[in-house]
Design a protein around this ligand. Structure first.
Ligand code: AMP
Length: 117
């Protein structure tokens, strides 16, 4: 069940500010407030999706593919495509998910340790 009051829903609605990296009508990328690496960006679809499984199971291929292509576009724009990066999506209790709106973390800008995020 999607919580309309989660913090990322409020960011999408413009009720809470964020440091935007990229935005269009379908997606938003912004800096994580508590970065764990030199580059730490969050990417979210502007949809009521709780987690990765919810997003993939309940959206069409165009929507899913667009989100992943935008992740790649942001990675390129950050200049970390060649140096390397990590894309993570935490889900549920065991996954350590804190915010119940599907999102990916893009980590880079330095060597990422094996157990980060
Ligand atoms: P997760 O544990 O995968 O749910 O990650 C949630 C992430 O959201 C954490 O890395 C937080 O630092 C980040 N976060 C929480 N609130 C904000 C906010 N207002 N702006 C940017 N990032 C946030």
């Amino acid at each position: 069940m999607y919580d309309n009051n989660n913090i990322f829903a409020k960011i999408i609605a413009g009720k809470i500010p964020c440091k935007k990296i990229y935005e269009d009508e379908h997606v938003l990328f912004f800096e994580d407030i508590n970065p764990v690496s030199k580059i730490h960006i969050l990417g979210i679809p502007k949809l009521k999706c709780v987690n990765f499984s919810d997003f993939v199971a309940n959206n069409n291929e165009k929507t899913i593919s667009n989100f992943f292509k935008k992740i790649n576009m942001v990675i390129e724009s950050l200049g970390i495509k060649e140096s390397g990066y990590r894309v993570i999506s935490n889900s549920g209790i065991d996954g350590g998910q804190e915010v119940p709106h599907f999102h990916v973390h893009i980590l880079g800008g330095e060597k990422i340790g094996s157990k980060i995020r």
